[in-house]
Design a protein around this ligand. Structure first.
Ligand code: SAM
Ligand code: DTB
Ligand code: SF4
Length: 327
């Protein structure tokens, strides 16, 4: 079969993707797309290994932003109750449990538009405490200034999660209180401080395939590809503008994973939110298409996740193992 686009030079992943090229990948016959993604996957990774992260909401609800998918926005009437920033000791105890459950990375999430300097010492104490347990650290706290990014890095933060959420043309339909450029600026601050970026988006918000391609093109043309690339399947939340969204077709979700793998070959591509609704077979297809990371634990931030026994069973059935674990 003709190769319509130049996919990946193993020596140097591309940063010059056009939207048309990314769209052409989505249009490939499914079997061809998944085969190519699987090939690229095993060039960079052991395809039997999965990176395991665990989330904790360290500050829940009451967020001033209007992200149309989110249970924590104060613009919408949802079942999520606002709570104060947790103590460092509580967070560190949760991280210890996550580690005992097999997590390799612990991600602390806050329902903030941006970080207030007054909260930084408490957040820095959480990060250094989690790091001291021997876990990789990740935080997702909203927008950061360059100086705040340096403070978090100095506290021991390895990764900062800040998603672009969707393609630039659809973004304004989902969020109005923060611009796409604001998000790109925070990602630049994170990179400049020397931290790894975790950046991806959501499918199932009513966007078109072109918007999905637009998101992946944006990620693949960043100065450096995100080290972690989460693809969230929308968890529809009652009370939010997107609460009644139709689920995305399974094969379209798998295509999203495969194209992410092709355009960002060295990134950890994560099936992030939405596994609670995914069959074992759907997840297996995603792993075949190049996904190599998941969130473990029974909760994400405010919604459910499969939990340990189901995931132990999934890994056992697929004969897959946590990244770095002995064979
Ligand atoms: N407030 C911070 C921010 O927005 O950057 C951090 C937390 S926020 C919940 C992190 C990301 O989770 C969002 O950017 C979005 O991509 C994802 N997310 C939030 N709610 C979701 C939902 N209902 N379904 C799928 N993904 C969701
Ligand atoms: C990401 O891309 N997804 C995670 C994490 N990064 C912060 C959050 C998913 C949240 C799902 C909805 C909830 O639990 O509130
Ligand atoms: Fe706030 Fe983050 Fe939710 Fe947006 S996604 S409303 S910024 S918690």
């Amino acid at each position: 079969m003709n190769v319509p686009v130049h996919v990946a030079d193993p020596a140097s992943p591309r940063h010059d993707w056009t939207l048309e090229e990314v769209e052409a990948l989505f249009e490939l016959p499914f079997t061809e797309l998944v085969f190519r993604a699987a090939e690229v996957h095993r060039r960079w990774f052991d395809p039997t290994e999965l990176q395991l992260s665990q989330l904790l909401s360290v500050k829940t609800g009451g967020c001033p932003e209007d992200c149309g998918y989110c249970s924590q926005s104060q613009h919408f009437k949802t079942a999520t109750r606002a709570a104060k920033l947790l103590d460092a000791a509580t967070v560190i105890a949760a991280a210890q449990e996550a580690k005992a459950g097999g997590a390799q990375r612990f991600c602390m999430g806050a329902a903030w538009r941006d970080v207030k300097d007054r909260d930084l010492p408490k957040v820095a104490a959480m990060i250094s405490g989690v790091k001291a347990l021997g876990l990789e650290t990740c935080a997702t706290l909203g927008m950061l200034t360059p100086a705040q990014a340096v403070t978090l890095k100095d506290a021991g933060l390895d990764y900062y999660n800040h998603n672009l959420d969707t393609g630039p043309d659809y973004y304004g339909q989902v969020v109005t209180t923060r611009t796409y450029q604001d998000r790109l600026d925070t990602l630049a601050a994170v990179r400049d401080a020397g931290m790894a970026t975790c950046c991806g988006g959501i499918v199932g918000m009513g966007e078109t395939r072109r918007d999905r391609a637009g998101l992946l093109r944006q990620l693949a043309t960043l100065p450096s590809h995100p080290e972690s690339l989460p693809i969230n399947d929308l968890m529809p939340i009652d009370g939010t503008p997107l609460g009644g969204s139709d689920p995305v077709d399974v094969l379209e979700f798998v295509r999203m994973i495969a194209v992410a793998r092709l355009v960002c070959p060295k990134s950890m591509v994560r099936i992030a939110a939405g596994r609670e609704h995914m069959s074992k077979e759907m997840q297996a297809l995603c792993f075949l298409a190049g996904a190599n990371s998941i969130f473990v634990g029974a909760r994400l931030l405010t919604t459910d996740n499969p939990g340990r026994s189901k995931d132990d069973e999934l890994l056992a059935d697929l004969r897959m193992r946590p990244m770095g674990a002995a064979c």
